[in-house]
Design a protein around this ligand. Structure first.
Ligand code: DSN
Length: 421
């Protein structure tokens, strides 16, 4: 055991109930295969920075312009985080205060468009995200939402549809990016369409920010007016958000984040973000990012060799979206059964899914977390075969128990962070 286990003794002494939940989570993370595409393992340095006295400090405002006194250390750490984020992504301006990816997106809209304006974004059912506008999300209440999607034959973004919808709806903002899209996005094409209709372009790179930082895939930053992200997925930092933008939007963005949508920034999390951005600037992060993609490809190839179909035919990123139709199981049944076998994935709708979101025809499987544990292509092939075995016989309790044991044997050889073993 490592990570939280060596730092919760004070919690245990003061609050055994909470310590016991933390112990259970440590055991779960160590002994299972974490394949939720949006999860990862932060370093000890990131977690320790997040657990510091900065949690005690109010620092409303920005470095050098605070509404509270005693902010010199807060200014120092926020400046480090901002400068590192700008260097990492080659951005004009960075705001490191957003609490999450969803708030980051809301803050971009609030900074740049008016209530009632139209946002054109990828449909949630085709791999978009709630915060890109949906009737069950606040964004859908404040703005008029139009959606583009993928083509039925390729399951890739239909750029003709994006252009047609842009001409039809005249959006103030076009959003590119999603949470279950396994292919690369043509940011230059999005820029061209946005320019044609006079719209702003927001790229939400939450899922693939670490791959951009690690130079494993092309960056959206030169093309987008705003680029938003979470910091805890492929980027491997603390659970939080970040917005980058062109210099001309810097003032409006900062005003939108504070005082527009947030109060006191979480200085302990900003300290942890500064550590994470520092880690991502190291050359070893580029090896990590490339391995994440190599692992996703190996996992996908092995699943295909077992008769499973991958949406869009494969992956160029950190995730595969698996159509389970050939196996005759729903995404919900598959994810439930795999969890019993020690493999954690999401149920996920596939494009043109005939099942609802609570059941789905697919599962989303990602490699960022297992790559942090040091697993490579060979382990991905082994795991893909375990997944296929379990899914081809989901009522077989003996097989589920056997797989759970194999998962425990495999994970025992891999610390959560291979670089900190
Ligand atoms: N971050 C999203 C994901 O799991 O992809 C959920 O909001």
């Amino acid at each position: 055991m490592s990570l939280a286990a060596d730092s919760i003794e004070i919690v245990r002494a003061n609050d055994p109930d909470v310590a016991s939940a933390i112990d259970a989570e440590v055991t779960r993370q160590h002994s299972t295969l974490e394949m939720i595409a949006s999860e990862n393992f932060a370093s000890k340095a990131v977690m320790q920075a997040a657990g510091t006295v900065f949690t005690n400090k109010y620092a409303e405002g920005y470095p050098g312009r605070r509404y509270y006194h005693g902010c010199d250390p807060s200014d120092a750490v926020e400046t480090l985080a901002r400068d590192r984020a700008k260097e990492l992504f080659g951005a004009d301006h960075a705001n490191v205060q957003p609490h999450s990816g969803t708030t980051a997106n809301q803050e971009v809209y609030f900074a740049s468009i008016k209530t009632g304006d139209t946002i054109l974004s990828m449909s949630l059912a085709h791999g978009g995200h709630l915060s890109h506008g949906h009737k069950v999300n606040a964004v859908g209440s404040f703005y008029n939402i139009a959606n583009y999607g993928v083509t039925q034959d390729t399951e890739l973004i239909d750029y003709d549809d994006v252009a047609a919808k842009a001409r039809e709806h005249n959006p103030a903002m076009i959003v590119a990016g999603g949470s279950a899209y396994p292919s690369l996005i043509d940011f230059a094409k999005f820029r061209e369409i946005a320019d044609e209709v006079g719209a702003l372009l927001l790229v939400d790179m939450a899922h693939f920010a670490g791959l951009v930082a690690g130079k494993a895939i092309p960056s959206p930053v030169p093309y987008a007016d705003f680029t938003s992200t979470t910091t805890h997925k492929t980027l491997r930092g603390p659970r939080s958000g970040l917005v980058l933008c062109k210099e001309q939007y810097a003032k409006a963005l900062d005003k939108s984040v504070f005082p527009g949508m947030q109060g006191g920034p979480l200085m302990h999390i900003i300290a942890a973000k500064a550590v994470a951005f520092g880690e991502a600037l190291k050359p070893s992060f580029q090896d990590y990012a490339k391995q994440v993609i190599a692992n996703a490809k190996a996992l996908g190839d092995a699943l295909v060799s077992r008769g499973l179909r991958l949406v869009s035919g494969g992956t160029e990123t950190h995730l595969v979206l698996v159509d389970l139709t050939n196996y005759g199981v729903t995404g919900k049944a598959a994810a439930d059964t795999l969890e019993h076998a020690g493999i954690t994935v999401n149920m996920n709708m596939i494009p043109f899914d005939t099942r609802k979101a609570v059941e789905t025809s697919g599962i989303r499987i990602g490699t960022p977390a297992l790559t942090s544990r040091g697993m490579k292509e060979a382990e991905m092939t082994t795991i893909a075969n375990w997944i296929a075995d379990v899914l081809s016989d989901i009522e077989n309790q003996e097989l589920i128990t056997k797989t759970r044991k194999q998962v425990e044997e495999l994970t025992a050889n891999y610390p959560l962070r291979a670089d900190e073993a």
